[in-house]
Design a binder for this molecule. Structure first.
Ligand code: NAP
Length: 250
């Protein structure tokens, strides 16, 4: 019998993560929807995907806490089986400000969510996927951002720097586990229509920046999910340490 593919998508109650979970179920993956606080959104997505015939669980865990990440992966082992695909997607954005206004509380909060969380999830995934641990292989996709290239001056350099760290993590880990059956890649979205921009204090940010995007429009969550799912798939079997920029030409 063919082994069912098992995916964890962090922060997938809404936005890019939710679109990715939808697409993965359509491709036959059993999927763990992870959420931090919005149980209602996560459970409603789980119900929708179960109605479409998916094997889906919704698990609360704040990925910036080590014990919660360990419990998340243990729960997936128990309920769905050994994970073969991880999408590190959970991320936060804080209100726009110049660097000379930032304090350590804000910077550390961003780094623990957007960087430590990705590292911890990668660690747990590698322990289950790598041939070094008796695993059957797997694929990891980190959701970075074009902000790692632009630096987001005048908006949120701290957020951009967390994504720079994710690019380094992706490159380093991809080489570390390349010969152990694990592929590690990243997508770098640009200006995607989600609620994240409201969290940054500017719900209409994409409209303001639209003219500066070569394609003159923001992206849809489905356009990011398609690239993530391709990177996870066997069609990308020779792709590791790679980055797909999805930013309308930016
Ligand atoms: P979103 O709509 O704000 O969704 C983010 C999700 O992450 C939320 O559902 C939230 O869960 C979850 N989350 C946040 N912190 C978490 C934590 N510590 N543990 C577990 N879950 C957590 O954002 P999005 O736009 O889809 O962004 C998804 C990813 O794409 C992020 O990494 C973001 O940096 C990246 N990205 C987005 C854009 C864009 O333009 N939207 C561009 C480039 C990169 P709860 O709601 O349950 O709290």
């Amino acid at each position: 019998m063919l082994q069912e593919k098992v995916a964890i998508v962090t922060g997938s109650g809404r936005g890019i993560g939710a679109a990715t979970a939808r697409l993965l179920v359509g491709q036959g993956y059993a999927v763990c929807i992870n959420y931090r606080s919005n149980r209602k959104a996560a459970e409603s997505l789980r119900d929708e995907l179960e109605q479409r015939g998916g094997r889906v669980i919704a698990v609360e865990a704040d990925v910036s806490y080590e014990n919660q990440v360990v419990e998340l992966f243990n729960r997936v082992d128990h309920d769905l089986g050994r994970v073969s695909a991880l999408v590190n997607n959970a991320g936060i954005l804080l209100p726009q400000m110049r660097l000379d206004q930032m304090d350590a509380v804000r910077i550390n909060h961003l780094f623990s969510s957007n960087v430590t969380g990705y590292f911890l999830c990668c660690r747990e995934a590698v322990k289950r996927m790598s041939s070094l641990y008796g695993g059957a292989g797997g694929a990891i996709v980190n959701v970075s951002s074009v902000a790692s290239r632009t630096g987001s001056p005048g908006e949120y350099i701290d957020y951009a720097a967390t994504k720079g760290a994710i690019d380094s993590l992706t490159r380093g880990l991809s080489v570390e586990v390349a010969n152990e059956g694990v592929r590690v890649n990243a997508v770098r979205p640009g200006f995607i229509d989600t609620q994240m921009h409201a969290d940054g204090g500017e719900p209409n940010r994409i409209e303001r920046l639209r003219k500066a995007i070569p394609m003159q429009r923001g992206g849809r969550v489905e356009e990011i999910a398609e690239a993530i799912v391709w990177l996870l798939s066997d069609a990308a079997s020779y792709t590791t340490g790679s980055f797909i920029d999805l930013a309308g030409g930016k």
